[in-house]
Design a binder for this molecule. Sequence first.
Ligand SMILES: NC(=O)c1ccc[n+]([C@@H]2O[C@H](COP(=O)([O-])OP(=O)(O)OC[C@H]3O[C@@H](n4cnc5c(N)ncnc54)[C@H](O)[C@@H]3O)[C@@H](O)[C@H]2O)c1
Length: 253
Amino acid sequence: MTERIAVVTGAASGIGMAIVEALQVQEGWEIVAVDIDERWASQRSNRSDAPNRYMCDVSSESSVISLRDHLATNYGRLDLLINNAGVVLAKPLSDTTYEDYRHTVDVNLGGCFLMTREMLTLLEAADNPVIVNIASVSGHVGQVDHAVYGASKAAVIAFTKAVAWELAPRGVRVLSVSPGSVETPMLIADITDEAKRRGLSVEYVRSEREREQALGRWATPEEVARVVVFLGSEQASFMTGADVLVDGGWVAR
Ligand SMILES: NC(=O)c1ccc[n+]([C@@H]2O[C@H](COP(=O)([O-])OP(=O)(O)OC[C@H]3O[C@@H](n4cnc5c(N)ncnc54)[C@H](O)[C@@H]3O)[C@@H](O)[C@H]2O)c1
């Protein structure tokens, strides 16, 4: 086998886009970038190493099955699955609708479940396959107005641990990464909403959120991507079932 095949979900933006770029600078990866964003999917790149773009809603069983069939036909195996696609939900509980709750859990946890279940046969056809799920510090600490989001991410961490044990005998390593605050469109939207709700400036909320990290700043998407790529490599061959915090010290408080 020469090229290794990677699938990155939520690849149109933020951390997912940085993961794709971090894999591109390494030799030997064939990358399938997956997202639900139609505008992104229809864009064409001039780069010779541009990843193949595939439209898929990770919360839809039929959409994930179509992706699996596409990968089976075109590649026949999968070396690295990065379940990064996610949505944030930042609302007081009393304003949270049942639809908000369902959507958040369906994408954040349901996406990991469907992608893992459907890609399993392809992963088992690879040498040393790895799954990396993107969780969050919100799955570790109580974050005001993020109850459902945090619960969905704690569930991703629990899912990762159980699947790591289930798949270890089948040669698949399974890990999660919990970022702190990362400068992406998701976080900017999150603090903009919070500033509106609290009648504060976005700058003020941003400085509060920066201080949640011992390092006093937000991560760049690239700082998270580097850890994800490490976990997916043979450098991390004795790691499975772990949740790796990339949180600037937040949870160490
Ligand atoms: N930004 C942060 O501070 C932060 C912190 C901790 C964890 N995370 C997690 O990191 C991951 C990436 O977040 P980000 O900050 O890069 O967000 P982002 O909003 O910039 O990117 C998320 C991408 O996921 C895609 N997506 C959403 N729903 C999808 C679906 N159903 N199917 C396929 N794709 C879908 C979006 O179109 C988007 O391109 C998420 O799981 C998020 O919860 C982010």
